[in-house]
Write a protein of this length. Structure first.
Length: 313
């Protein structure tokens, strides 16, 4: 009877420890702790990060949906509503000296800024990231040539370089993207080279080489996935810098040509009447300030998280 009673009982051993209910994990077994862990990671990003992300989401969605929003034509001039202040019915943020709606121009200006800067950063990541990865992995004469060219490009004053390019190629969105893309290449070359130097000495790269993996496969399968977090975090900061650069060129009159709307161009158009109608300059300036600040805050926070993960690893 003792043997039959014992045979009918559930074994009490390590298997009972894995019971989800006893571990407090919930009916799905381990799902609740994973959710709590992901939620804690999101909370660790901080309030400033989420405020910055919220503003960037609003600006990004407005820029994408600008043609479909119920906005006044940003180039339409209304001489019956010249330089009206913010809060005027029909013109939430007022109008400029030609009667153009500032809200419409600010949103379409965000569209131009996002297109230009994101395209330029994509060029910087693709070209600079590839060159930096090759320099850090292969070393030797290739690294010397790439880094010498990078140092020479960084030594040249950025604004002078952009002005020279725009004067040579002409003012257009395409040429502005090319100029800002060239400006962003050296930063990504240095970042990816430094990271590749570290990862090229790690055990997983050595193991891949020991089993006969080709260098191309090692770079694509082992190095690139580890570079993405650092490059992605740094891209936010570069975008902020390029927004300021694009605004500076438009302010100087060599950026996006009229009648296209740009934050820098809007600031330039209102500078002569700053004392009488300051909102013409302040409104695009506030849009640019908040956007640049948000990119910097988000980029710094993501970089800190990436550094903490690297340190814990």
């Amino acid at each position: 009877m003792a043997q039959s009673r014992l045979a009918g009982e559930k074994p009490q051993g390590p298997a009972s420890v894995a019971d989800p209910s006893s571990a407090g994990a919930g009916p799905n077994g381990g799902a609740v702790p994973a959710k709590r862990k992901s939620r804690s990671k999101l909370k660790n990003l901080g309030v400033l990060f989420w405020l910055a992300a919220g503003w960037l989401a609003v600006v990004g969605l407005s820029a994408i949906l600008a043609p479909f929003l119920p906005l006044v034509d940003p180039a339409a001039q209304n001489y019956d509503a010249v330089a009206v202040p913010p809060g005027t019915p029909g013109h939430l943020l007022g109008t400029d000296s030609l009667g153009r709606d500032l809200l419409s121009r600010a949103i379409f200006g965000a569209r131009i800024s996002m297109i230009v800067t994101l395209s330029a950063v994509a060029i910087g990541i693709l070209v600079g990231g590839l060159l930096g990865m090759l320099a850090g992995y292969y070393r030797g004469w290739l690294e010397k040539v790439i880094m010498a060219a990078t140092d020479a490009l960084m030594a040249f004053p950025a604004l002078v370089l952009l002005l020279a390019l725009m004067a040579t190629l002409g003012s257009s969105v395409r040429n502005l993207v090319i100029g800002l893309g060239i400006l962003g290449i050296p930063a990504f070359v240095r970042l990816t080279r430094a990271s590749t130097l570290v990862y090229a000495q790690r055990e997983f790269v050595t193991a891949a080489k020991s089993i006969g993996a080709l260098n191309r496969r090692v770079l694509v399968r082992e190095i690139v996935p580890n570079l993405i977090p650092a490059v992605g975090a740094y891209a936010f900061i570069v975008i902020a810098l390029l927004i300021v650069a694009e605004g500076s060129l438009s302010f100087l009159g060599v950026g996006v040509p009229p009648p296209a709307s740009s934050w820098g161009l809007m600031i330039s158009e209102g500078r002569d009447s700053l004392r009488t109608t300051p909102w013409i300059t302040f409104i695009p300036g506030i849009f640019m300030f908040l956007t640049v600040l948000s990119f910097n805050l988000a980029g710094d926070r993501l970089r800190e998280e990436n550094d903490n993960k690297g340190g814990n690893a």
